[in-house]
Design a protein around this ligand. Sequence first.
Ligand code: DGL
Length: 276
Amino acid sequence: MTEMNLSRCPIGVFDSGLGGLTAFRELRRLLPNEDIIYFGDTGRVPYGTKSRETILNYAKQDVDFLLGQKVKMVIAACGTVSANVPEDFADSLPVPFTGVVQHTCAAAVKTTKTGHIGIIATPATIRSKAYETYIHRISPETRVTALHCSLFVPLVENGFIQSDNPVTRLVAEQYLAPFFGTDVDTLILGCTHYPLISEAVLSVLGREVPLVDSGGSCVGSVLDALAERDALAQPGRIRTEAYFCSARRADFTRVAQRFLGRSIDALTKEIDVEGY
Ligand code: DGL
């Protein structure tokens, strides 16, 4: 692809479901001229309770689908994929690739004053220890308390995202209890689904802990990677968006609308990702 063509190609974003829309929204805010293709693997969500091998297989198919759409960059807007792909995963791809872990850790280390960071994420992410590894690479003395919150993803996928939803609050109270009374002063939302219920998380914590959102944190690096290749879209052009999911299209578009504040119904198609 020539540089001229690259600037006109879309950015590809994927997640196991709706969570990656948190990165999408930030991407849209920072890069208003870009075409973006979003894929949510709603047929196989959750990834966070699966084995590493299965997560890698899913991630490869998701990436292949996006490459087939001629994207100029791939963003794994999924903490679980980002934490479980090998560090050299990007080397095997023909376009730049970024996950969300490194940038999130850097942002959290900058934020903490007590030197005690909390992480909440899926079981597969917590098991990988990827967040701890990156935090300790930057700041070996930082203390980390990492907890999995398995039920948060199904809550989000089923639209239980209002902060006053009693089910969401009860679940959050159970998972977040180990943080009560600690000096954790920065909380990494290590799963891109979690910002959709961040109000419930904050209200259960009962104090103003800065939340570091894994989807939003990677967006600056996308800008840098594209600028380096002279692949940013030209200002003032008419941009496009396309959304794909692998099942439950109506549920996907309904919850997405609540989160994005606009309907994506006419822009969303259902695909069979197993064919990639
Ligand atoms: N949104 C994803 C993450 O950031 C995946 C959640 C899941 O599918 O379990 O981890």
